[in-house]
Design a protein around this ligand. Structure first.
Ligand code: AMP
Length: 285
Protein backbone atom coordinates (compact mmCIF):
# COMPACT_ATOMS: atom_id res chain seq x y z
CA UNK A 1 0.00 0.00 0.00
CA UNK A 2 1.28 3.45 -0.97
CA UNK A 3 0.61 6.72 0.84
CA UNK A 4 0.85 9.78 -1.41
CA UNK A 5 0.15 13.46 -0.89
CA UNK A 6 0.04 14.95 -4.38
CA UNK A 7 -2.55 14.91 -7.13
CA UNK A 8 0.09 13.89 -9.69
CA UNK A 9 1.10 10.80 -7.73
CA UNK A 10 -2.54 9.65 -7.58
CA UNK A 11 -3.01 10.32 -11.29
CA UNK A 12 0.09 8.34 -12.24
CA UNK A 13 -0.93 5.34 -10.16
CA UNK A 14 -4.53 5.35 -11.40
CA UNK A 15 -3.39 5.74 -15.00
CA UNK A 16 -1.20 2.62 -14.61
CA UNK A 17 -4.12 0.64 -13.15
CA UNK A 18 -6.52 1.74 -15.88
CA UNK A 19 -3.98 0.76 -18.53
CA UNK A 20 -4.17 -2.78 -17.13
CA UNK A 21 -7.97 -2.64 -17.37
CA UNK A 22 -8.45 -2.59 -13.59
CA UNK A 23 -11.45 -0.94 -11.91
CA UNK A 24 -10.91 1.64 -9.18
CA UNK A 25 -12.97 2.31 -6.04
CA UNK A 26 -12.71 5.48 -3.95
CA UNK A 27 -13.58 5.88 -0.28
CA UNK A 28 -13.47 9.56 0.71
CA UNK A 29 -12.85 10.12 4.44
CA UNK A 30 -11.58 12.66 6.93
CA UNK A 31 -9.50 10.01 8.69
CA UNK A 32 -9.40 8.82 12.30
CA UNK A 33 -10.84 5.69 10.78
CA UNK A 34 -13.14 3.27 12.59
CA UNK A 35 -15.26 0.25 11.67
CA UNK A 36 -17.77 2.45 9.84
CA UNK A 37 -15.05 3.50 7.42
CA UNK A 38 -13.72 -0.07 7.38
CA UNK A 39 -17.09 -1.36 6.14
CA UNK A 40 -16.90 1.05 3.18
CA UNK A 41 -13.33 0.01 2.41
CA UNK A 42 -14.25 -3.69 2.60
CA UNK A 43 -17.15 -3.19 0.21
CA UNK A 44 -14.82 -1.28 -2.12
CA UNK A 45 -12.28 -4.14 -2.13
CA UNK A 46 -15.09 -6.59 -2.91
CA UNK A 47 -16.45 -4.55 -5.82
CA UNK A 48 -13.30 -2.99 -7.33
CA UNK A 49 -9.85 -4.26 -8.37
CA UNK A 50 -8.00 -1.36 -6.71
CA UNK A 51 -9.07 0.85 -3.80
CA UNK A 52 -8.07 4.42 -3.02
CA UNK A 53 -8.89 5.92 0.38
CA UNK A 54 -8.62 9.69 0.67
CA UNK A 55 -7.85 11.08 4.11
CA UNK A 56 -8.40 14.81 4.12
CA UNK A 57 -9.91 17.04 6.79
CA UNK A 58 -11.44 19.41 4.28
CA UNK A 59 -11.33 22.98 5.63
CA UNK A 60 -13.98 24.10 3.12
CA UNK A 61 -16.72 22.06 4.76
CA UNK A 62 -16.18 23.50 8.26
CA UNK A 63 -17.86 26.72 9.41
CA UNK A 64 -15.87 29.42 11.28
CA UNK A 65 -16.85 28.17 14.78
CA UNK A 66 -16.69 24.45 14.06
CA UNK A 67 -14.16 21.77 14.99
CA UNK A 68 -11.66 21.96 12.09
CA UNK A 69 -8.65 22.40 14.38
CA UNK A 70 -9.68 19.89 17.02
CA UNK A 71 -10.85 17.20 14.56
CA UNK A 72 -8.94 14.01 15.55
CA UNK A 73 -6.09 12.83 13.33
CA UNK A 74 -3.88 9.68 13.41
CA UNK A 75 -2.39 8.79 10.04
CA UNK A 76 -0.28 5.86 11.30
CA UNK A 77 -3.26 4.09 12.84
CA UNK A 78 -5.39 4.87 9.77
CA UNK A 79 -2.71 3.46 7.46
CA UNK A 80 -2.51 0.23 9.49
CA UNK A 81 -6.28 -0.26 9.23
CA UNK A 82 -6.29 0.46 5.47
CA UNK A 83 -3.41 -1.94 4.91
CA UNK A 84 -5.14 -4.72 6.89
CA UNK A 85 -8.22 -4.40 4.68
CA UNK A 86 -6.29 -4.45 1.41
CA UNK A 87 -6.49 -0.79 0.38
CA UNK A 88 -3.97 -0.03 -2.38
CA UNK A 89 -3.45 3.71 -2.07
CA UNK A 90 -4.01 6.41 0.54
CA UNK A 91 -4.29 9.95 -0.77
CA UNK A 92 -3.42 12.28 2.12
CA UNK A 93 -3.02 15.79 0.72
CA UNK A 94 -2.25 19.01 2.58
CA UNK A 95 -4.91 21.72 2.21
CA UNK A 96 -2.52 23.67 -0.06
CA UNK A 97 -2.42 20.75 -2.51
CA UNK A 98 -6.21 20.83 -2.82
CA UNK A 99 -6.76 24.60 -2.69
CA UNK A 100 -4.29 26.91 -4.38
CA UNK A 101 -4.26 30.56 -3.22
CA UNK A 102 -6.17 31.43 -6.45
CA UNK A 103 -8.89 28.84 -5.81
CA UNK A 104 -12.37 30.23 -6.53
CA UNK A 105 -14.52 27.48 -8.10
CA UNK A 106 -17.28 25.72 -6.17
CA UNK A 107 -20.00 23.13 -6.65
CA UNK A 108 -23.19 24.37 -5.05
CA UNK A 109 -26.65 22.86 -4.71
CA UNK A 110 -30.04 23.99 -3.44
CA UNK A 111 -33.17 22.08 -2.30
CA UNK A 112 -31.36 19.03 -0.88
CA UNK A 113 -28.94 21.20 1.10
CA UNK A 114 -31.49 23.58 2.58
CA UNK A 115 -32.74 21.64 5.61
CA UNK A 116 -31.23 19.29 8.23
CA UNK A 117 -27.45 19.76 8.52
CA UNK A 118 -27.47 22.39 5.74
CA UNK A 119 -29.55 24.67 7.94
CA UNK A 120 -27.23 24.60 10.94
CA UNK A 121 -24.03 24.29 8.85
CA UNK A 122 -24.60 26.75 5.98
CA UNK A 123 -21.26 26.29 4.15
CA UNK A 124 -20.94 22.56 4.84
CA UNK A 125 -22.41 20.99 1.72
CA UNK A 126 -20.79 23.42 -0.68
CA UNK A 127 -17.49 22.23 0.80
CA UNK A 128 -18.52 18.56 0.60
CA UNK A 129 -19.72 18.82 -3.02
CA UNK A 130 -16.64 20.74 -4.09
CA UNK A 131 -14.14 18.38 -2.46
CA UNK A 132 -15.93 15.25 -3.67
CA UNK A 133 -16.03 16.66 -7.19
CA UNK A 134 -12.28 17.34 -6.95
CA UNK A 135 -11.61 13.83 -5.60
CA UNK A 136 -13.71 12.28 -8.38
CA UNK A 137 -11.72 14.26 -10.96
CA UNK A 138 -8.38 13.36 -9.38
CA UNK A 139 -9.02 9.63 -8.83
CA UNK A 140 -11.52 9.04 -11.66
CA UNK A 141 -13.00 6.06 -9.81
CA UNK A 142 -15.53 3.65 -11.29
CA UNK A 143 -17.31 3.62 -7.94
CA UNK A 144 -17.22 5.76 -4.79
CA UNK A 145 -18.46 4.50 -1.44
CA UNK A 146 -20.37 6.60 1.11
CA UNK A 147 -22.07 5.75 4.43
CA UNK A 148 -25.77 6.12 5.15
CA UNK A 149 -24.62 7.49 8.50
CA UNK A 150 -24.45 10.82 6.62
CA UNK A 151 -27.80 10.36 4.91
CA UNK A 152 -28.14 13.90 3.60
CA UNK A 153 -24.57 13.83 2.27
CA UNK A 154 -25.25 10.54 0.44
CA UNK A 155 -28.44 11.92 -1.16
CA UNK A 156 -26.60 15.10 -2.17
CA UNK A 157 -23.65 13.26 -3.73
CA UNK A 158 -26.00 10.98 -5.70
CA UNK A 159 -27.90 14.06 -6.94
CA UNK A 160 -24.67 15.86 -7.88
CA UNK A 161 -23.38 12.87 -9.85
CA UNK A 162 -26.67 12.60 -11.74
CA UNK A 163 -27.18 16.35 -12.29
CA UNK A 164 -23.63 16.93 -13.52
CA UNK A 165 -23.32 13.67 -15.52
CA UNK A 166 -20.32 12.43 -13.57
CA UNK A 167 -19.15 9.07 -14.86
CA UNK A 168 -19.13 6.95 -11.72
CA UNK A 169 -21.46 4.94 -9.51
CA UNK A 170 -22.18 5.99 -5.93
CA UNK A 171 -22.56 3.05 -3.54
CA UNK A 172 -24.35 3.63 -0.22
CA UNK A 173 -23.36 1.49 2.78
CA UNK A 174 -25.33 0.81 6.00
CA UNK A 175 -24.63 2.51 9.35
CA UNK A 176 -22.18 0.63 11.57
CA UNK A 177 -22.93 0.90 15.28
CA UNK A 178 -21.20 0.16 18.57
CA UNK A 179 -22.59 -2.86 20.43
CA UNK A 180 -24.80 -0.61 22.54
CA UNK A 181 -26.28 1.11 19.46
CA UNK A 182 -24.29 4.35 19.22
CA UNK A 183 -23.43 5.05 15.57
CA UNK A 184 -19.67 4.94 15.13
CA UNK A 185 -18.17 8.36 14.53
CA UNK A 186 -14.74 9.96 14.75
CA UNK A 187 -16.44 12.67 16.82
CA UNK A 188 -17.40 10.16 19.57
CA UNK A 189 -13.82 10.62 20.81
CA UNK A 190 -14.75 14.12 22.01
CA UNK A 191 -16.85 12.52 24.77
CA UNK A 192 -15.81 11.32 28.23
CA UNK A 193 -17.32 8.15 29.68
CA UNK A 194 -20.37 9.86 31.14
CA UNK A 195 -21.05 11.83 27.96
CA UNK A 196 -20.56 8.69 25.87
CA UNK A 197 -23.36 7.08 27.91
CA UNK A 198 -25.54 10.16 27.44
CA UNK A 199 -24.98 9.94 23.66
CA UNK A 200 -26.88 6.65 23.63
CA UNK A 201 -30.03 8.74 23.64
CA UNK A 202 -29.47 9.32 19.90
CA UNK A 203 -29.69 5.68 18.86
CA UNK A 204 -32.43 4.99 21.41
CA UNK A 205 -34.51 7.72 19.86
CA UNK A 206 -33.73 6.43 16.33
CA UNK A 207 -34.78 2.88 17.26
CA UNK A 208 -37.96 4.22 18.87
CA UNK A 209 -38.92 6.22 15.77
CA UNK A 210 -38.06 3.31 13.49
CA UNK A 211 -40.29 0.96 15.46
CA UNK A 212 -43.18 3.42 15.32
CA UNK A 213 -42.84 3.67 11.53
CA UNK A 214 -42.55 -0.11 11.17
CA UNK A 215 -45.63 -0.55 13.35
CA UNK A 216 -47.59 1.57 10.88
CA UNK A 217 -47.45 5.12 12.24
CA UNK A 218 -47.74 7.44 9.23
CA UNK A 219 -47.96 10.78 11.06
CA UNK A 220 -44.46 12.26 10.97
CA UNK A 221 -45.31 14.75 13.73
CA UNK A 222 -46.12 11.91 16.17
CA UNK A 223 -42.81 10.19 15.44
CA UNK A 224 -40.91 13.46 15.83
CA UNK A 225 -42.70 14.20 19.12
CA UNK A 226 -41.88 10.78 20.58
CA UNK A 227 -38.25 10.95 19.48
CA UNK A 228 -37.89 14.51 20.82
CA UNK A 229 -39.37 13.49 24.16
CA UNK A 230 -36.90 10.59 24.38
CA UNK A 231 -33.89 12.83 23.68
CA UNK A 232 -35.10 15.42 26.19
CA UNK A 233 -34.91 12.85 28.99
CA UNK A 234 -31.11 13.25 28.78
CA UNK A 235 -29.94 16.46 30.49
CA UNK A 236 -26.63 16.53 28.56
CA UNK A 237 -28.41 16.47 25.21
CA UNK A 238 -29.44 19.56 23.25
CA UNK A 239 -31.40 18.98 20.06
CA UNK A 240 -30.31 20.66 16.83
CA UNK A 241 -33.04 18.94 14.81
CA UNK A 242 -35.34 15.92 14.68
CA UNK A 243 -36.91 15.67 11.23
CA UNK A 244 -38.73 13.35 8.88
CA UNK A 245 -37.83 14.11 5.27
CA UNK A 246 -38.50 12.74 1.79
CA UNK A 247 -35.69 10.26 1.08
CA UNK A 248 -34.91 11.81 -2.31
CA UNK A 249 -35.45 15.56 -1.88
CA UNK A 250 -34.56 15.83 1.83
CA UNK A 251 -37.58 18.13 2.26
CA UNK A 252 -39.70 17.74 5.44
CA UNK A 253 -42.93 15.77 5.04
CA UNK A 254 -46.00 15.29 7.27
CA UNK A 255 -47.31 11.93 6.08
CA UNK A 256 -45.15 8.85 5.63
CA UNK A 257 -46.41 7.70 2.23
CA UNK A 258 -43.05 7.27 0.45
CA UNK A 259 -39.44 6.36 1.29
CA UNK A 260 -38.28 8.65 4.09
CA UNK A 261 -35.25 9.45 6.17
CA UNK A 262 -35.74 10.37 9.80
CA UNK A 263 -32.65 12.30 10.83
CA UNK A 264 -31.45 13.83 14.08
CA UNK A 265 -28.57 16.02 15.17
CA UNK A 266 -27.89 16.40 18.89
CA UNK A 267 -25.22 18.24 20.86
CA UNK A 268 -23.84 16.31 23.83
CA UNK A 269 -22.69 18.65 26.60
CA UNK A 270 -21.91 21.20 23.85
CA UNK A 271 -18.77 19.13 23.10
CA UNK A 272 -19.87 17.05 20.15
CA UNK A 273 -22.62 17.44 17.60
CA UNK A 274 -23.63 13.90 16.68
CA UNK A 275 -25.97 12.72 13.93
CA UNK A 276 -27.98 9.56 13.34
CA UNK A 277 -30.86 8.48 11.12
CA UNK A 278 -33.03 5.68 9.85
CA UNK A 279 -34.42 4.98 6.40
CA UNK A 280 -37.93 3.66 6.07
CA UNK A 281 -40.10 2.85 3.11
CA UNK A 282 -43.81 1.92 3.39
CA UNK A 283 -43.17 -0.47 0.47
CA UNK A 284 -40.76 -2.48 2.63
CA UNK A 285 -43.70 -3.57 4.80
P1 AMP B 1 -15.99 10.96 7.61
O1 AMP B 1 -14.58 10.53 7.78
O2 AMP B 1 -16.73 11.15 8.89
O3 AMP B 1 -16.14 12.11 6.64
O4 AMP B 1 -16.74 9.74 6.91
C1 AMP B 1 -16.28 9.19 5.71
C2 AMP B 1 -17.30 8.22 5.19
O5 AMP B 1 -17.52 7.18 6.15
C3 AMP B 1 -18.66 8.88 4.93
O6 AMP B 1 -19.21 8.37 3.72
C4 AMP B 1 -19.47 8.45 6.13
O7 AMP B 1 -20.87 8.39 5.88
C5 AMP B 1 -18.91 7.05 6.40
N1 AMP B 1 -19.16 6.68 7.79
C6 AMP B 1 -18.79 7.35 8.90
N2 AMP B 1 -19.26 6.73 10.02
C7 AMP B 1 -19.95 5.65 9.57
C8 AMP B 1 -20.68 4.61 10.22
N3 AMP B 1 -20.81 4.55 11.55
N4 AMP B 1 -21.26 3.65 9.45
C9 AMP B 1 -21.15 3.69 8.10
N5 AMP B 1 -20.48 4.65 7.43
C10 AMP B 1 -19.89 5.61 8.15
Amino acid sequence: MKIVSTVNEVREQVKAWKKEGLSVGLVPTMGYLHEGHASLMKKATEQCDKVVVSIFVNPMQFGPNEDLDSYPRDLDKDAALCESIGVNLIFHPEAEEMYSPQFCSYVDMNVLTEDLCGKSRPVHFRGVCTVCNKLFNIVQPNKAFFGQKDAQQLAIIKRMVEDLNMDLEIVGCPIIREEDGLAKSSRNTYLNEEERKAALVLSQSIFLGQKMAEDGETDAKKIIAAMTEKIETEPMARIDYVKVVDGLTMQPIDVIDRPIVTAIAVYINEKARLIDNFHYSPEMQ
